[in-house]
Design a protein around this ligand. Structure first.
Ligand SMILES: [Zn+2]
Ligand SMILES: [Zn+2]
Length: 127
């Protein structure tokens, strides 16, 4: 990818899109003027795609940074955690697709199939 200056020179729109407009567009929050610009300007459209990929990558990193460890998730599935910790993990699972998927794998897995009671399954399906 090119650096910012090169990108600004390649922008064919006028006025050129600001950095914050680009970031808004990457977030899916572009206004109409920005959307019109992106349709007419391949340089900025490519830039938005790049930002989106970067955001997805950072988000994934961020998610995993705050994620409970696999050990904690295993204990969670088995109902071994302190109620306060369990509540925290439940909350995390509601917002973190990665851990939610991991818990689902754990609960569906043969290792925990016996350990995980009906109560835990009901709880998980309500998340
Ligand atoms: Zn442009
Ligand atoms: Zn997580």
């Amino acid at each position: 990818m090119t650096n910012d200056e090169e990108w600004e020179q390649r922008c064919t729109g006028s006025p050129p899109l600001s950095g914050s407009a680009l970031i808004a567009a990457a977030d899916g929050e572009a206004d109409e003027a920005t959307l019109a610009h992106l349709q007419a300007c391949p340089a900025c459209a490519a830039r938005v795609m790049h930002l989106r990929a970067l955001q997805a990558y950072l988000l994934r990193r961020l998610y995993r940074l705050h994620c409970p460890s696999t050990d904690t998730l295993v204990d969670y599935c088995q109902g071994l955690l302190d109620p306060r910790v369990t509540a925290g993990v439940s909350h995390h699972l509601a917002i973190c697709p990665y851990c939610a998927a991991e818990v689902k794998l754990l609960e569906d897995g043969p290792i925990l199939a016996h350990a995980v009671g009906r109560r835990r399954r009901t709880l998980a399906s309500n998340l």
